[in-house]
Design a binder for this molecule. Structure first.
Ligand code: FES
Ligand SMILES: [Zn+2]
Length: 158
């Protein structure tokens, strides 16, 4: 005998029983769903976050984008596209990365290589050497003593 919630035809479908996946389930779908997503959309291999934070002139920490035009990110994105990397490498605008004294800054994931004092003339080298060649541009890499530490000599005491 059919009970409540069975697939018998005597009752209308129970719409209240439709399960909406939690956000965690959406972030970590079952393997069979992952395969579907992978098929539809290739994964980015790298993300480059370029600080586009603008502060008022004279701010004690300075800022990475005094003009507030995100030019560095825009040019980087174009250069990646010209090299056919648009679907593999994403160059995103980022808010303050909290390494302001070393700006303009950017960080490349998944390897978490941080670059400081980057200018437009460095972008080709970053792409060729690091993004394509896998070899970070050492002269621009922020040293550990500078990264996320209040003891960085470039950081002015509050
Ligand atoms: S303003 Fe660029 S890291 Fe803070
Ligand atoms: Zn420093």
């Amino acid at each position: 005998m059919d009970g409540p919630g069975s697939s018998g035809h005597d009752h209308p479908p129970n719409y209240l029983s439709i399960v909406i996946p939690s956000s965690a389930a959406r972030r970590h779908p079952p393997a069979n769903q992952s395969r579907i997503y992978n098929h539809l959309m290739p994964k980015f291999e790298k993300h480059i976050f370029v600080c586009t934070n603008q502060r008022e002139p004279g701010h004690p920490r300075g800022c990475c984008d005094p003009q507030g035009k995100a030019e560095m990110q825009g040019v980087l994105k174009q250069k990646l596209a010209v090299r056919g990397l648009k679907t593999k490498v994403r160059a995103n605008k980022a808010g303050c990365l909290d390494q302001c004294e070393h700006g303009p800054n950017m960080v490349v994931y998944p390897e978490a290589v941080w670059y400081g004092k980057v200018n437009m003339a460095d972008l080709d080298e970053i792409i060729e050497s690091h993004i394509i060649g896998g070899k970070p541009v050492e002269r621009l890499v922020l040293p550990d003593e500078c990264l996320n530490t209040a003891s960085c000599v470039h950081r002015k005491p509050k």
